[in-house]
Ligand binder design. Structure first.
Ligand code: FES
Length: 198
């Protein structure tokens, strides 16, 4: 009997143990699933937030880049003209399209003429020749200007405006195209020209 009882007790304890271990295993697996689900949720949330953050940063970066003042070499900045590009006296003007000026060289020196017509703002092109009364002629309403930018005809109310010019020791010319530095004038006077020796 004793062996039989021992066997029965052994089977009973073994079955119970197996059950308990099975329950523990299930419990552990469940906890790990919960942890896995939680960590998956966290991962998805973080990934979504990260992607949204990167997209926002890109948009913000593009916005700042687009609106950041970048005036190097453009209208509103100081533009350098190398000495080699300065026209000879009464020569064909040097034109800076981004700077919106013509650099002319008369007997007194250099003048930077703002290409915006003082009438209604069209761009005034060079027509030439230098000694013609219509060296510059506005295509919009026919205002005409001589080599110094002085009006010789048409509806413009005054000569072409001028921009400040400085000449460096090496002959490099700098034109300040800042809009609030542009000067209006009613006639040409010698002091408007900046002496230039190459
Ligand atoms: S805008 Fe130049 S003449 Fe009118």
């Amino acid at each position: 009997m004793v062996p039989l009882v021992r066997t029965l007790v052994g089977l009973l304890l073994g079955g119970l143990g197996a059950r308990v271990l099975g329950m523990l295993a299930r419990f552990q697996t469940g906890a790990s699933d919960v942890r896995k689900r939680a960590s998956r949720r966290t991962f998805v949330r973080n990934a979504t937030l990260g992607a949204a953050g990167v997209a926002l940063a890109e948009v913000a970066g593009g916005f700042v880049y687009f609106f950041w003042p970048n005036k190097t070499g453009a209208f509103g900045s100081k533009i350098s003209v190398p000495a080699s590009s300065v026209p000879a006296v009464k020569g064909v003007p040097f034109r800076s399209v981004p700077g919106k000026f013509f650099l002319v060289h008369n007997d007194d020196g250099l003048l930077a003429l703002y290409t915006k017509c003082p009438h209604l703002g069209c761009t005034v092109p060079w027509k030439g020749p230098a000694d013609a009364p219509n060296a510059f002629q506005c295509p919009c309403h026919g205002s005409r200007y001589d080599y110094n930018g002085v009006r010789t005809g048409g509806p413009a109310p005054r000569p072409m405006d001028i921009m400040p010019v400085t000449v460096g020791n090496d002959g490099t010319v700098t034109v300040d195209t800042k809009p609030d530095g542009i000067k209006t004038r009613s006639a040409y006077t010698k002091d408007q020209a900046v002496a230039f020796t190459s």
